[in-house]
Write a protein that binds this ligand. Sequence first.
Ligand SMILES: O=C(CO)[C@H](O)[C@H](O)COP(=O)(O)O
Length: 237
Amino acid sequence: MIKLERGNRVDSLAKKWAGEKAAEYIQDGMTIGLGTGSTVYWTILKLGELISQGLQIKAIPSSVETERLAKKAGIPLTTFSEVNMLDLSIDGADEVDAMFNLIKGGGGALVREKFIDTFTRKFIVVVDESKLVSKLGSFPLPVEIIPFGWKVTCRSLAELGCTPVLRKRNDERFISDNGNYIVDCHFTGIDAPASLHSRLKQLLGVVETGLFIDVTDLVIVGKPDGVEVVSPTKNLP
Ligand SMILES: O=C(CO)[C@H](O)[C@H](O)COP(=O)(O)O
C-alpha cells in the first residue's frame, strides 16, 4: 500500500483519493456535514482549496477536531440551530458491509456524526478498501455512554453478548466531545445490526451506538490504483 506522511501520522494514499473525490459532489450554495477522521481530512483540505477559488458553502462539523480543521481551511461553519436538513454529508467509517451498514466511532465522534449522517439529503462514505467487510463486528463497536453508572451500563452491554472495554487515551478515560465515555464492545461478528442497535439504545446510560443503518447513499472506495464509486445497486465487497 502506498503510504503518505501527514504530520506524525502515516496514511494511505487511497484515503486521500477517496476523501478528495468526495469533494466533487459538493455544489455551490450547499450546506454540508463534515465527518471526522483521516479520510475526511482530505475532503476538508480539498474544500478549503475550492473555497479559495470561489466555491460558496456552509458546513456543520461533527467534532471539535473537524471544527478546528475546517476553520483552518477557511470553511464557513453553521449549526443545527440554523439548519434542519443538510444537502450532503461526507464521513469516514471503520467498517462497511455489503448492505452499506456501517460501524463508526473509531475517533469517538459517533453522536455528532449520527446527526450529520442522518439529517442529510445525501450521505457519502469515504473509505479505503480495508474497511469493506462481509459482516460487521471485527472492529469493536463503539458505544457512547454517560459517565454516571458506567459500570452498570457496561454490565448491561456484556449481557448482550459482547466484551465491553472502556476506551482510554494516554492511560486516562477517553472523554467524547459531549463529555461522555466510549465503550468499545467486542462482539464475535454482528449478525443483525439493526436489532442490535435497537437493543443497545434501550439500555439505561447508552447515548448512541456506532451502528449506522440504512443511511448510506454512496461509498467512495480508495484503492491502490484509484477510486471506485459504489452505489447501492452494486453489492460490496
Ligand atoms: O467514525 C469515525 C470517527 O468517529 C471515523 O469516520 C472512522 O473512525 C474512520 O476514520 P478514518 O477515516 O481515520 O479511518
